[in-house]
Design a binder for this molecule. Structure first.
Ligand SMILES: [Cu+2]
Length: 245
């Protein structure tokens, strides 16, 4: 190989290496930049107080799905006369396991929540009785399929104070608000989107908010028109006798 050939080969390699380095450094950033938008939705109540246990649902024009899809299975415990968690978010077709940890029976029922309860088809409706847990026995469980999108109101035929909800989300982008009222979405597709918020106490749906997702992290505030009542405290052992039957 002649010296000038060697020189041009070295130049070629230098250019190639520069290109590879450029691609390696900037391509992932470009991909992230173009296809993943982040959005924080902060939900407050009528008085401006941060509201946990609201569910923010985002409809997008893109068919992409989140890196962490909504669960297809969940467990809701009946513990100290409460449904735990109080609000569960799943995708349609999910299996929900109800587990009774209390020493008395629960007769769990599910029905369409909100305005849907007046509809003809209560697709996710059910009722099941779970015997109380004996001192040495395992807790009794039963599985329910939730196939259709919608919100299911949970109750107990025996204990009127027990209330819970399952949100079967029709969009894969659904997040429950944390203690600070925030629902954080990290990898939404760019473009037009609609933000909806659900809360158990919000009987009249809030108007969905249109937004455009893009490079700049989005911040949206949604305010309920109600003040949710504080959640009842778990039953104390002294109340056990009153709870049977
Ligand atoms: Cu009960």
């Amino acid at each position: 190989m002649k010296p000038n050939e060697l020189l041009s080969l070295a130049k070629f390699n230098k250019n190639a290496i520069q290109k590879i380095v450029f691609l390696a450094v900037f391509m992932p950033a470009t991909i992230t930049f173009c296809h993943a938008a982040s959005l924080t939705v902060n939900v407050t109540d009528k008085d401006g107080k941060a509201t946990p246990d609201a569910v923010v649902m985002i409809s997008t024009s893109s068919v992409s799905s989140p890196k962490n899809p909504l669960p297809k299975a969940a467990t809701i415990a009946q513990t100290n006369m409460q449904f735990l968690p109080a609000v569960t978010v799943v995708q349609p077709g999910s299996k929900i396991t109800f587990t009774n940890n209390d020493p008395w029976d629960h007769h769990v029922r599910g029905s369409a929540a909100g305005a849907a309860q007046f509809g003809k088809n209560d697709e996710n409706g059910f009722a099941l009785r779970l015997a109380g847990k004996s001192v040495f026995g395992a807790a009794k469980s039963s599985v329910v399929n939730m196939d259709k999108p919608g919100v299911v109101l949970l109750g107990c035929h025996i204990h009127g104070s027990m209330v819970g909800h399952v949100v079967v989300s029709d969009t894969p982008w659904a997040v429950k608000t944390d203690a600070n009222g925030n629902a954080v979405f990290a990898d939404l597709p760019d473009g037009a989107a609609t933000v909806k918020v659900w809360h158990a106490a919000q009987y009249i749906d809030l108007k969905p908010v249109p937004t455009t997702l893009g490079a700049t992290p989005g911040q949206i505030k949604m305010q309920l028109t109600v003040t949710p009542p504080p959640r009842r405290a778990p039953a104390k052992p002294s109340e056990y006798d009153k709870s049977v039957g």
